[in-house]
Design a protein around this ligand. Structure first.
Ligand SMILES: [Zn+2]
Length: 639
């Protein structure tokens, strides 16, 4: 199987999306001259070119694309060639309206934007397969070709009749017969029992709350349906030249696509990362997304496919990155396993929806702060090729599971503001600040190589996942489990007898009730270990059995009830946190867990805002604090 290493050719990839079709040909010459000046060695081409490549149904106009690839190759610039299937030409939606996606209420999302297609539509599929096959037959052995980029930011969810039909097939494969579906969906509730497969439909607009398992299964199906499209185009282009690696660009913490399943199908994973530079935790958010994209790719080197050198045009307040910030975040990606740093896009568009989005070559042209920084970055990356192919070291894993994410955000949960990624971030942040590098893991993955496993919100848990986590602790592992965990099975069936049913013995406790709190009613807690502290939004009516209470609620109807519990189990230790404490308390708990588990910071004692990551034999030290930092290294690490 090809890898990103087949595309890098010994150089860190550097460049961005190149959309020459938006410009007259005389601009192309300037483009490649400036690309060479900036050290660009890879251009992503053709992502949104379908309407030019196929101007009318079945017609082909590849001449301009051949000229672009030849021009780039003549200038020593490789190409990530896209299948252009994310953005259909207007003729498709106009002549075949059934190719357009429908909302849950039946309304159509029409053409005039992008990513507006029904992934089930036989017409869409036939046209998408045909253009992919023709591009592959023409360019699979073009000397500029370094990789294939399938589609773009897969994420379209459609609720049309064609999707309903495919949903039924997906359900038949999952459940076998309708009795099993009725059982799994709990259709005895509200008179929802199905007697014919034809009655089963997507979770469309309904009078009141939708069946939660129907909703959950449709989210799983929608991810699998898009993955089926990725796989179809992947197989088409792979058939033309199996040596060329294939990827697609994933967005940061995007719920619609289960990246554990996607990462397994890609030759390497790629990230589009747009942290908000106005956020005080932007660097942490970036690191978290980078750790996830590396983890879903099996720990292999990955590609930063998109980031902006300036501003992200979609943001409410689109403040540009300050001077030096794109370099800093690019080096952060390199530290966390990237073997290539690309941007959206090369030349800033003067027209179209993203006309205000930043670019390597901004509207101001080459005489600009941003282009000078781009040139400096290209030169610097050219000197760092020794990191290529090396692995990021992590001894802590955070459990992240799309089913728990989907489940916890279904309708009629105890607190509609309880957001899964918030829970992940709350536990990731103190570890990031302590310079403890983490991998993300699926709950059924092998945990044995980690000294500490943190599961911030393992809401939905399969029997296999529960046994996996329990066996990890029994065998000597250390676990920190967050609130509202172990609640439901994969059919969204509540596990009975006291929460969290699979983990009561593991944790030495039993919970009778969840106790969400209004925003203006913070919880006060007492603790000899953490000092008195406050918590927000969530409490649990918990009785400690074998477990030791490390913090107790100090007032209100839950006064005296434990909120943080520690328990030894087998050869290991587990801690349970039954609320949303202030950050310093989670930081202290994780510090305690790390020290018991023997987890060490990459570089202990760094000033706040200074990040350290070990990749291979290198240690990257990154100052996000904008200060002057004096760091004395006692090791021989290269910086
Ligand atoms: Zn559809």
């Amino acid at each position: 199987m090809p890898s990103l290493g087949d595309a890098t050719g010994g150089r860190i990839l550097f460049g961005g999306d190149y959309n020459p079709e938006q410009w007259p040909r005389e601009v192309w010459e300037e483009d490649v001259r400036l690309m060479r000046e900036a050290g660009v060695n890879l251009a992503t081409v053709g992502v949104f070119s379908w309407a030019l490549l196929e101007p009318r149904p079945g017609e082909r106009d590849f001449g301009w694309l051949t000229d672009v690839l030849d021009l780039l190759h003549a200038n020593g610039i490789g190409v990530g060639l896209a299948t252009p299937t994310a953005s259909t030409p207007p003729w498709m939606g106009h002549r075949w309206p059934e190719t357009l996606p429908r909302n849950p209420d039946g309304t159509v999302r029409t053409y005039g934007s992008r990513n507006a297609y029904c992934p089930s539509s036989p017409v869409y599929r036939a046209f998408a397969d045909a253009i992919s096959a023709d591009l592959a037959s023409v360019y699979a052995h073009h000397p500029a070709l370094r990789m294939w980029h399938i589609g773009n930011e897969f994420g379209t969810v459609c609720y049309c009749d064609q999707c309903a039909e495919r949903f039924r097939h997906w359900l038949q494969a999952r459940y076998g017969d309708l009795d099993a579906l009725n059982e799994a969906w709990g259709t005895a509730f509200w008179s929802q029992r199905y007697c014919e497969w034809e009655e089963v439909i997507p979770p469309r607009q309904v009078q009141y709350v939708i069946n939660p398992t129907q909703d959950l299964d449709y989210q799983r199906f929608a991810s699998d349906l898009l993955l089926e499209r990725f796989n179809a185009e992947r197989d088409i282009v792979r058939g033309a030249n199996p040596a060329v690696p294939i990827t697609t660009n994933s967005m940061m913490f995007f719920k619609a696509t289960d990246l554990w399943r996607w990462g397994a199908e890609e030759d390497f994973t790629s990230l589009d990362a747009y942290p908000d530079p106005n956020s005080p935790l932007a660097a942490c958010d970036g690191a978290m997304a980078q750790d996830l994209i590396r983890s879903v790719g099996g720990g292999k080197p990955w590609l930063m496919m998109e980031q902006t050198p300036g501003r992200a045009g979609f943001r409410h307040v689109a403040t540009p990155k300050r001077p030096g910030l794109n370099r800093l975040w690019s080096l952060q990606a390199l530290a966390r396993g990237a073997d290539g740093i690309l941007h959206f896009q090369w030349r800033a568009s003067k027209q179209g929806a993203e006309r205000t989005h930043g670019a390597m070559l901004p509207h101001a042209g080459p005489d600009s702060r941003i282009f000078r920084e781009v040139c400096d970055l290209g030169k610097e990356l050219g000197d760092l090729a020794d990191v290529l192919g090396t692995a990021v070291a992590a001894s802590v894993a955070i459990v992240l599971d799309w089913d728990s994410w989907r489940g916890v955000e279904l309708d009629h949960q105890p607190h509609s503001g309880f957001r899964y990624v918030d829970r992940i971030r709350e536990y990731y942040t103190p570890l990031w600040k302590a310079n403890v590098t983490v991998d993300f893991v699926h709950p059924e993955a092998d945990l044995s190589r980690y000294k500490l496993v943190v599961a911030p919100n393992l809401y939905q848990v399969s029997d296999a996942a529960a046994e996996n986590v329990i066996g990890y602790v029994r065998g000597g592992g250390h676990l920190v489990l967050g609130p509202f965990s172990g609640v439901a099975d994969p059919d969204e069936r509540i596990r009975l007898g006291g929460y969290p049913a699979p983990f009561r013995d593991l944790l030495g406790l039993r919970i009778e009730e969840y106790w969400p709190l209004p925003d203006d009613e913070p919880l006060t807690l007492h603790s000899e270990v953490f000092g008195d502290f406050s918590a927000q939004s969530w409490a649990e009516w918990l009785t400690a059995g074998a477990g030791t209470a490390l913090a107790e609620i100090a007032s209100g109807p839950l006064a005296g009830i434990p909120a943080i519990v520690g328990n030894t189990y087998g050869a290991g230790t587990a801690w349970y946190v039954a609320t949303l404490p202030e950050e310093r308390v989670l930081a202290r708990l994780l510090d305690l867990a790390c020290s018991q588990a023997g987890v060490e910071s990459v570089l202990p004692g760094l000033p706040e805002g200074v990040e350290a990551v070990r990749r291979g034999e290198f240690v990257f030290v990154l100052d996000h604090a904008r200060g002057t930092v004096d760091i004395r290294l006692a090791t021989t690490a290269a910086v």
